[in-house]
Write a protein that binds this ligand. Structure first.
Ligand code: GLP
Length: 247
C-alpha cells in the first residue's frame, strides 16, 4: 500500500487525479470505478480541468458507480448517477453511454443488484475510487458487512443518513436503502484508490489503515488488496503515528 499525505485538500485532489490520469493514459479502454461524496468533488474537478485544458481524454473511458440510493426519482439531483454526470461525466469527453450504475428505482431491486454485479465483474475495473464514511464504511457497506459480499440492497445506518442529510432538505428525505457494490466486488478491481480529507476522517482512517482488519471497519478490507493507494490531507492523516511524530 502506498500512502500519500498532502498538505491540504487541493494537493490531495491533484495527487489523486494524477493516479487516475495515469490509469486513463495507460489502458486502451479504461474502466474507472467512481465514488460520490464531497471528497471526490475536487478530484473530479482536477480531472475536468486537465480534460478541458486538452491534455487528457476520456473518450475511451467507461465509468461505473459504486452505489446508488433506492427510491429517488431518476431526475433527483442527489441520485448518484446525476451527481457523477454533474461533477464529471458531462464536463469531459466521456461518451454518453459510458456511464453505468445500479438503478435504484427498479421494481425488482434484488435482481437489479445482481445485474449490476455481473456488469461490474465483466467490466474488470482498472481503478476503483473510494471515499470513507465516518463509521469506516466504503460504498454503502456499513460496519458488520462481510468482506466477501457482492452487490446487494442494503439498509443505511442512521449515522450514514445523518452524515448525508446535508445533501437533502431534511433527514427525512434521505433514502433508507441503497444498492451498493459489495466489498468482495470492490476488491476485484485491479487497483484501489482511497481518498480521505478532513479531521472528521482521521479516526476512520486510523482504524482502516492500522487497526485490526475487521468487518467492524469495512475500509480495513483494502489491506487485503495487492495494489492500493491512499491519498490523505494532513488533517485526515493526523492520527496516524507517522503523521503525529512529524508534527
Ligand atoms: C457516502 C458514499 C460513499 C462515500 C462516503 C463519504 O456514504 N456512499 O461512497 O465514500 O459517503 O462521503 P464524503 O466524501 O462526502 O465524506
Amino acid at each position: 500500500m502506498q500512502v500519500f499525505i498532502a498538505a491540504d485538500a487541493a494537493e490531495a485532489a491533484d495527487k489523486a487525479a494524477d493516479i487516475v490520469e495515469n490509469v486513463v493514459r495507460s489502458r486502451p479502454r479504461p474502466r474507472l470505478g467512481v465514488a460520490t461524496g464531497s471528497t471526490m468533488v475536487g478530484v473530479y474537478q482536477s480531472l475536468v480541468d486537465r480534460c478541458q485544458a486538452g491534455g487528457l481524454s476520456f473518450a475511451e473511458t467507461s465509468i461505473y458507480l459504486l452505489d446508488e440510493y433506492v427510491g429517488l426519482d431518476s431526475n433527483h439531483p442527489q441520485a448518484f448517477r446525476n451527481v457523477i454526470r454533474a461533477d464529471l461525466a458531462d464536463l469531459v469527453d466521456l461518451r454518453d453511454d459510458a456511464v453505468f450504475g445500479p438503478d435504484g428505482s427498479s421494481p425488482d431491486l434484488e435482481a437489479e443488484a445482481q445485474r449490476y454485479e455481473q456488469l461490474v465483474t465483466e467490466a474488470c475495473i482498472d481503478i476503483q475510487l473510494l471515499g470513507i464514511g465516518s463509521n469506516g464504511h466504503i460504498a454503502f457497506n456499513e460496519p458488520g458487512t462481510s468482506f466477501e459480499g457482492l452487490s446487494s440492497v442494503v439498509t443505511l445506518s442512521e449515522r450514514t443518513r445523518r452524515d448525508n442529510a446535508r445533501f437533502f432538505a431534511s433527514i427525512d428525505d434521505v433514502p433508507r436503502q441503497a444498492i451498493t457494490q459489495g466489498i468482495g466486488t470492490i476488491l476485484q478491481a485491479r487497483a484501489i484508490l482511497l481518498v480521505a480529507l478532513g479531521a472528521h476522517k482521521a479516526r476512520p482512517i486510523c482504524d482502516a489503515l492500522i487497526g485490526p482488519v475487521s468487518i467492524e471497519t469495512p475500509a480495513s478490507a483494502i489491506r487485503l488488496h495487492p495494489d492500493v493507494s491512499v491519498v490523505l490531507d494532513a488533517e485526515a492523516a493526523s492520527q496516524l503515528p507517522a503523521a503525529r511524530s512529524e508534527s
